[in-house]
Design a protein around this ligand. Structure first.
Ligand SMILES: C[S@@+](CC[C@H](N)C(=O)[O-])C[C@H]1O[C@@H](n2cnc3c(N)ncnc32)[C@H](O)[C@@H]1O
Length: 412
């Protein structure tokens, strides 16, 4: 059957969309490798494989020195092999050495720092000579790297006996508390371990940015079954958007009552024929939802199927265009209204490839900073896996210290 060029193009877009809905690659970005392949010889009928879900590797984020110390005590065990990246040779390193005992071993790694005139390092806290001279412990090795990127050599050097836990002080190691860089280090570490058929037990990361992300990333399934409680109808503590991670269009749509409130102004990016957009529009009334898709033919179809709603051709990555769309729509408030959207639903497919997590986070950051939504709901397997792993230690601590009546017990 012959078809015109434009028909072929729209067929391609429909195919892309279908692939986006139907296929979720199992082997993907390391961050998402919470279900590594079973050991050789294990029985692997698809059904059994599904039932024997491997528990996700926890990535625990801490913010303060006190929190970090508590967390290390909780997650480390005697005999562990630990990699501490960005070591300050301070209380954190001492805690690690104490927790793993004489049968464990720690590799403490940092980049070389220049000393100031006062003899302190540029970080101002590390007193390397004191640590190295005083502790007398033999269960560690200290490595100073010429440059940060060389940290991978430490993994290569430990091929035969990989690490059980990685501890990363993001600010000290990376010089800046940037979530994407810290997450890519974590993913490289986890991926390297899994490639060697070794499953690390945990990653502990001291980072305000990762901790904020951990508090804001919400696993849609856990939200719906009540395991996780978040009030997505008001802003997060630090004002940055909540990110609800869903898998499959059904679950994506089932988030609506948990996220949307009357009066919300919403955009769905990757709206296809507008089925979800219509549900969002109804839930947000007297506010509303507009739909946006990169495919002109798709938008024509959406307009035909939902003549009373507004749809626009646009690219999810072009945040300014998404803002312009609002100003051309019925969602626009008073003249000069520069507000973004209350909620964004994003379902653009293609975010489950090898770099799916970092791509999704870049998209989410772009949308978050430009449009300042209260909440973004994203359909992405990689982000969902990240949500399964990532947790803020402060949340665990609060839960662990809450009495049965919901009040907080005094911290000891
Ligand atoms: C899985 S379909 C969306 C299904 C729809 N959200 C629903 O609930 O029925 C993915 C859509 O994303 C669109 N898309 C892909 N990349 C995009 C981009 N960069 N910006 C906007 N839309 C995009 C595709 O054209 C496709 O229609």
């Amino acid at each position: 059957m012959l078809c015109s060029l434009s028909q072929a193009r729209s067929l391609r877009l429909v195919l892309i969309c279908f692939i986006g809905i139907s296929f979720c690659p199992q082997r993907s970005f390391p961050l998402s490798l919470s279900s590594p392949s079973p050991p050789p010889g294990a029985s692997t009928s698809p059904r059994k494989k599904h039932q024997q879900r491997v528990k996700p590797i926890p990535y625990v984020a801490t913010t303060s020195t006190v929190e970090h110390s508590r967390c290390l005590t909780q997650y480390l065990r005697e005999g562990d092999k630990v990699l501490e990246l960005g070591t300050q040779l301070d209380a954190s390193s001492t805690n690690i050495l104490n927790a793993i005992g004489s049968t464990g071993h720690a590799t403490l790694v940092d980049v070389k720092r220049t000393e100031t005139k006062s003899g302190r390092t540029s970080q101002g806290t590390r007193d390397r000579d004191k640590f190295l001279a005083n502790d007398g412990a033999t269960n560690y090795k200290f490595i100073e790297l010429e440059q940060f990127s060389n940290w991978r050599m430490v993994l290569d050097a430990n091929q035969d006996s990989p690490f059980d836990v990685m501890v990363l002080d993001a600010t000290a190691m990376l010089g800046n508390d940037l979530e994407l860089t810290a997450l890519s280090v974590i993913s490289e570490f986890v991926d390297d371990c899994l490639r060697r058929n070794h499953r690390p037990r945990a990653v502990v990361v001291k980072s305000k940015a990762i901790s904020s992300l951990a508090r804001r990333v919400v696993h849609a399934q856990r939200l719906m079954d009540g395991t996780v409680e978040r009030n997505l109808k008001s802003r997060s503590r630090d004002g940055r958007p909540y990110i609800v991670t869903s898998v499959g269009v059904e679950e994506y749509r089932r988030t609506i009552p948990h996220v949307v409130q009357q009066g919300d102004k919403i955009v769905e990016v990757g709206c296809f024929s507008g089925v979800t957009t219509a549900l969002l529009h109804a839930a947000a009334s007297p506010g509303g939802c507009i739909g946006c898709d990169i495919g002109p033919k798709i938008i024509e179809r959406a307009k035909k199927e939902h003549p009373d709603m507004e749809f626009f051709v646009g690219d999810a990555w072009k945040s300014l265009d998404l803002l312009r769309m609002k100003s051309r729509s019925n969602l626009q408030g008073a003249p000069g209204d520069l507000d973004g959207y209350d909620v964004i639903y994003a379902d653009i497919g293609g975010l489950s490839g090898p770099d799916g997590t970092l791509e999704s986070l870049s998209l989410l950051n772009g949308l978050g900073y430009a449009l300042e939504p209260r909440c973004v709901v994203i359909k992405s397997l990689c982000m969902r896996r990240l949500a399964s792993s990532l947790r803020a230690y402060s949340d665990d601590w609060e839960k662990g210290n809450r009495n049965r009546d919901g009040k907080f017990a005094a911290h000891k």
